[in-house]
Write a protein that binds this ligand. Sequence first.
Ligand SMILES: *[C@@H]1O[C@H](CO)[C@@H](O)[C@H](O)[C@H]1NC(C)=O
Ligand SMILES: *[C@@H]1O[C@H](CO)[C@@H](O)[C@H](O)[C@H]1NC(C)=O
Ligand SMILES: *[C@@H]1O[C@H](CO)[C@@H](O)[C@H](O)[C@H]1NC(C)=O
Ligand SMILES: *[C@@H]1O[C@H](CO)[C@@H](O)[C@H](O)[C@H]1NC(C)=O
Length: 430
Amino acid sequence: MKHVKFIGFIFFLFSLTESLALPTKPQDVDPFYATQKFIEENTVYLTIIAVAQYVQEVSFDEVETLVKVMMDYRDGCLANWTLPECSKRANEAIQDMICSSEGLPQRHNISHCCSKVDFARRLCFFYNKKAKTGFLPPFPTLDPEEKCQAYKNNNGSFLNLYMYEVARRNPFVFSPVLLTVAARFEEAATTCCEQQEKATCFQDKAAPITQYLKASSSYQGTVCGALIKFGPKVLNSINTAVFSKKFPKIGFKDLTSLLEDVSTMYELCCEGDVVQCIQGQSQVMNHICSKQDFISSKIKECCEKKMPERGDCIINTNKEDKPEDLSPREPKFTDSQNVCQERDSNQDGLLIEFTHEYSRRHNYLSTPELLRVTKVYKDLLEDCCSRENAAGCYRHAEDKFNETTEKSLAMVQQECKLFQELEKDALKLQ
Ligand SMILES: *[C@@H]1O[C@H](CO)[C@@H](O)[C@H](O)[C@H]1NC(C)=O
Ligand SMILES: *[C@@H]1O[C@H](CO)[C@@H](O)[C@H](O)[C@H]1NC(C)=O
Ligand SMILES: *[C@@H]1O[C@H](CO)[C@@H](O)[C@H](O)[C@H]1NC(C)=O
Ligand SMILES: *[C@@H]1O[C@H](CO)[C@@H](O)[C@H](O)[C@H]1NC(C)=O
């Protein structure tokens, strides 16, 4: 996994921006400043997330000790960012802290990672994450009255404990999601603790939070799994389909440039770098918001929001409408004489462009269906391009695409019918 785009160190950008003469309220103008500020304000949470995701067995006391070390480090660097230890990436600083904490690496079997350096150490920490968390005790449930008492007595520590318990049980979820979960949980605690029916209130508020966490966890797990197993090319196809479907207005050139930022973000987030993941996501959102005219007319309000709501808002906005003048199909891939030449010179490029053109036109299909159609096209070209009359052979590609999508549509309908039957039966039982 490469790190190209971002200046590593958390506080560096902050200091740099401050030393330039910026307008009076820079956070309104400069997205990088806002991101830095956000990261600084969330240093406690980010440290908890990183430590609890890397070393899930760690105790809350140990985490609190590390948080203190990290806060001192941050304050030291904010006071004088030319100190040599301040040129580290935040992720490196956190791993250094874990490794130099007295007895901790031995207690939690992470010493073998601490003896490595650079990329090997980062990878080792990453592979230490365990998706199956059965070795942890069940999520502690407190009586609502107790919960509210704990919250009232010490809201900071109470929320930190919550963050720790959630993060160690969801070691692959991206940090912006966990920060959002924490913010929503805090909101729930504030509201519910003032009510009579605390338990009901917590139940109602917790359901959508849990739902959001599970959905994000499952999606991010799948995408990162694809990245780790199949590499960046597959990640790029997935994102081509996802973004073309959501933003059918976007041209292929603009999409390619956006997807560079998206790939970088996934590489950082999947690796578990909590700070750079936020910077990566923020870069993607800034990119989208700065090109709204070419991308979507529906995200204006989202783009006015701050982190981390901004990202979620954009992700959850409805699809952009298809442009009126978008032809029902792109002749370039089936009617042109030189498809095989293009394929010979740059197969990946041709297939990505195909995925984009097909996805934006068929944005009602699911991402796996769209990728299946691309696979059908790839196989068809492989067959046709070895034949004498290649153009005549791939001219009927559209039939094959329709066959593919009709088949999966029928399958979905079948499943929905089955599901409805089950629902009916379930109702009868009640
Ligand atoms: C900041 O740290 C540098 C490098 O250690 C040192 O030379 C410099 O005197 C420090 N500046 C202040 C204001 O402490
Ligand atoms: C410690 O980690 C290593 C490497 O992952 C593993 O082989 C070993 O079984 C672990 N030991 C314990 C006691 O968990
Ligand atoms: C705890 O509550 C106080 C008073 O309501 C508030 O000022 C503070 O920001 C809260 N702390 C956290 C971490 O939420
Ligand atoms: C494929 O399906 C689309 C949409 O259902 C339809 O408009 C098109 O005519 C079909 N093409 C062929 C070659 O069957």
